[in-house]
Design a protein around this ligand. Structure first.
Ligand code: GAP
Length: 479
């Protein structure tokens, strides 16, 4: 029976040892909460993103993709509410000066703070109880300057979510493609948040990648689409091999809903930190018509500013017009002859957080030949290397044959060739990399034109004819 992951540290060291994930700027002592993906990690994360794109865009009739810039007009963030509302409530420990999110504080019994009651809360840094400052808002957006000249440089933000790029391009997409409501726009890209507490490896970082869908639908059909996406997103994790018992839904309480949401549910994963805590993996939210209506106000603010520079752009938004439902971001529903501002369902996943969940879930240690064996039981679609090719020994034409098979296969999927060291050690290295199949050319190959194919999980070895190896692997890998 294989052991699963209990301590995140075991995974962190495997990731460094095998080139999945490194601390950013490692040779300079590292940069907190920033990480780099190594040779295996970058393949893994790319596979996660590709599978998401396939499920979100490629396999659906009513979905299209987009790739927006990270820097956007500052008015985007004023209109979306991020400038005024995207902040965490924090408190500072008077003893050690550490700033902590109020919703992350726990008392000695490990219960969270309710109603900002800080007296019984314990500082996670120094362990002091109840010595906290008044809670205050801490803004999460990174700000920078755009433009070379000091006098006309503009303050801009690094986007804290990819979603807004989709909202501000919604009418561009409608006007340039043949989509009709209901339809969705998907995007994968970097987001940035100056998080107060970063934790647990790549779980919460200040620079991360999101995979977001904004699905536009007719008001009144939103509850039904919310249920649709909730089910679809859970199924995606299950289809890629995450154990069912490690996943669950958690509905947001009304007081924890984001400022734009009518309803929100988290897909949670049982991560091995925070005392085996369930943690958010992805959120599915009903954002209503909030964002499009806000951007109609933002568009008017800019028009007004251009016409008569009386307002300071970015400090105020004009009131919503009475006829907002006929505004520039409204939609004319031709078959039903009606105009409305669409409602939006948003499944929002983290590529890094998803990658962490796939790593944690795949981690296993079993025993082979009386020795512990580390392995990553990735779903074949996610495995960084799909198949490794080995000559049993470096003689009798075996390297040439194994190399030729590898060259023949590498155009189809990511493969690896290795001839160094004992074959048992080469198998172990591939087990730790999560490679589902190892193909070995041996003495029998010259006699009957067969090779050994070893299965990572069952350790079963079968002989396959060299002429059939390509179709055999394609079928096993479902590629
Ligand atoms: N557009 C909605 C939105 O951004 P969110 O719940 O703040 O919602 C969605 O973020 C997902 O993005 C999260 O479920 C998580 O997977 C990922 N995410 C958010 N902040 C993150 C961070 N600091 N580090 C890594 N992933 C993060």
């Amino acid at each position: 029976m294989a052991e699963t992951l209990e301590k995140l540290d075991d995974l962190v060291s495997l990731c460094k040892r095998r080139g999945f994930i490194f601390q950013s700027s490692d040779i300079y002592g590292g940069l907190a909460s920033c990480y780099d993906y190594g040779p295996l990690g970058s393949e893994l994360k790319r596979n996660v993103k590709n599978e998401w794109w396939k499920a979100a865009v490629q396999m659906r009739d009513n979905m299209v993709g987009i790739d927006c810039s990270i820097l956007m007009h500052p008015m985007v963030w004023k209109a979306s509410g991020h400038v005024d509302k995207f902040a965490d409530l924090v408190t500072v420990c008077q003893k050690c000066n550490t700033r902590t999110r109020v919703d992350h504080l726990k008392n000695a019994e490990n219960e969270p703070a309710t109603n900002n009651d800080l007296e019984k809360m314990v500082c996670p840094s120094c362990g002091t109880t109840g010595k906290f400052s008044e809670p205050m808002a801490f803004k999460l957006m990174f700000e920078t300057q755009m433009g070379a000249n000091a006098d006309d440089a503009m303050n801009v933000f690094l986007r804290p979510e990819t979603a807004q790029g989709i909202f501000v391009n919604y009418s561009n997409v409608l006007n340039s493609s043949r989509v009709k409501i209901p339809f969705g726009i998907a995007q994968i890209g970097k987001s940035f948040r100056n998080e107060v507490t970063t934790k647990a490896f790549i779980f919460r970082t200040r620079e991360f990648e999101q995979m977001e869908i904004e699905f536009f639908c007719e008001p009144g059909t939103d509850d039904q689409w919310y249920e649709h996406w909730k089910t679809a997103r859970m199924q995606w994790y299950l289809d890629l091999g995450i154990n069912k018992e490690n996943l669950r839904f958690r509905d947001h309480d009304p007081d924890e809903l984001a400022h734009y949401a009518k309803a929100c549910v988290d897909v949670e994963y049982k991560f091995p930190f925070g005392q085996g805590d369930w943690q958010e993996l992805e959120g599915v939210a009903n954002r209503t018509d909030y964002d499009l209506r806000q951007h109609q106000r933002g568009m008017r603010a800019v028009t007004r500013w251009i016409e008569n520079k009386r307002d300071t752009l970015g400090t105020t938004l004009p009131d919503e017009r009475d006829d907002w439902h006929k505004g520039p971001l409204s939609y004319f529903d031709e078959p039903n002859k009606k105009r409305y501002v669409p409602y939006v369902i948003e499944p929002s996943a983290g590529a890094d957080r998803g990658t962490l969940a796939f790593l944690v879930d795949a981690y296993a240690v079993d025993e082979v030949g009386g020795k512990p064996r580390n392995l990553l039981k990735f779903h074949p679609k996610l495995a960084p290397i799909k198949a490794a090719f080995f000559p049993l020994v470096k003689k009798e034409g075996m390297p040439e044959k194994a190399r030729a098979m590898y060259d023949d296969m590498r155009g189809l999927f990511n493969c690896f060739y290795d001839e160094k060291g004992a074959v048992g050690r080469r198998y172990r290295r591939q087990d730790e990399a999560g490679t589902p199949f190892c193909v070995t050319v041996d003495g029998q190959t010259t006699e009957d034109n067969t090779v050994t194919v070893r299965d990572r999980d069952t350790l079963e070895q079968v002989r396959v004819n060299c002429d059939q190896i390509k179709s055999y692997l394609r079928e096993k890998l479902d590629m």
